[in-house]
Design a binder for this molecule. Structure first.
Ligand SMILES: [Zn+2]
Length: 304
């Protein structure tokens, strides 16, 4: 896990899941932005900051995905960190079984879905935040970045935006093929907001630090818009018989050549694809009927 300085007092630990780190003016306070997947990631972070004699007093969690707060419980046990998290996301961090629950359509999850990638250990949240400032870190600006998760927030500090999973690095997004989102409209709106921002650079949760971020964000926008278009195409081609939600998921997985290995992986793709379907239903490009016990999606032109 490499420790990289981005600019004065702005750093990150480079890993499959990046962990941000910022220090205040008089070096009395240090804030981690996310905590990595598990205790081994957190252990490395604590050790490194200790060796460098850098302060660790605050922990900000951007959103309630296990890979971003899985290390937080260990951190809280070892260090007295004032923990800040966004409203709603914080409810999941305090009750992490909610993540596999929502991925299981609200059912209590199958035991195999209760793994460290989908369910992190519960943590304490000391301060619930929304967009704005942090009292003890006056230079920090909290930025609302919903879409990938319900109420994800990033941190803007001295011209560097820690963007969480609001956008993905180019290689990462190509690898994911159909990246996880919960709200397609909010996701695009967030990406467009990021593209309009003028900052020194942005660091995504997965991928490398970008100074030419507008270009990477444009590629993200294109990929998500193409997925919405593909979903619309599948609906249009289903004609007057429509297509069930399950067949829609299957059609998209076949088209993108994705083969989820288990229900956990499948549920992430199903949620992402359903986000695009919901977007079409909400904007009136598609409609649905329950036919023979199944929700069936139709193109708007076939809806009477
Ligand atoms: Zn995430």
């Amino acid at each position: 896990m490499e420790f990289i300085e981005l600019s004065t007092d702005c750093y990150y630990f480079k890993s499959a899941v990046n962990i941000g780190y910022i220090v205040n003016n008089d070096k009395s306070k240090g804030m981690l932005i996310d905590a990595g997947l598990d205790s081994s990631a957190a252990k490395k972070v604590i050790k490194h900051l200790h060796n460098e004699k850098l302060p660790l007093t605050h922990l900000f969690i951007t959103h309630a995905h296990a890979d971003h707060f899985g290390g937080a419980s260990y951190l809280q046990q070892k260090v007295n960190v004032h923990t800040i998290a966004p409203l709603l996301e914080e409810a999941i961090m305090r009750n992490p079984v909610l993540e596999p629950i929502y991925l299981s359509h609200g059912n209590f999850p199958l035991n195999e879905m209760r793994n460290k990638f989908l369910e992190a250990p519960a943590i304490r949240v000391d301060e619930i935040c929304s967009e704005g400032n942090v009292e003890e870190f006056p230079e920090v600006q909290i930025i609302h970045l919903p879409g990938h998760s319900y109420n994800q927030h990033g941190i803007l500090f001295r011209g560097i935006l820690y963007a969480a999973d609001a956008f993905l690095g180019k290689d990462v997004i190509r690898k994911h093929k159909i990246p996880f989102i919960v709200d397609a409209g909010e996701n695009i709106a967030t990406l467009k907001k990021l593209k309009m921002m003028d900052v020194e650079g942005m660091i995504p949760g997965h991928g490398k630090y970008e100074t030419e971020y507008k270009d990477v964000i444009q590629e993200n926008i294109l990929i998500y818009e193409t997925i919405t278009l593909e979903v619309q195409n599948v609906v249009n081609h289903s004609g007057n018989s429509g297509i069930s939600l399950e067949d829609m998921v299957a059609a998209m997985l076949m088209k993108y050549e994705v083969e989820p290995a288990n229900l956990g992986a499948y549920s992430l793709f199903r949620t992402a694809i359903a986000a695009h379907v919901i977007y079409l239903l909400e904007n009136g490009s598609a409609g649905y009927q329950i036919i023979k016990g199944r929700p069936v999606i139709f193109s708007a032109s076939y809806m009477a």
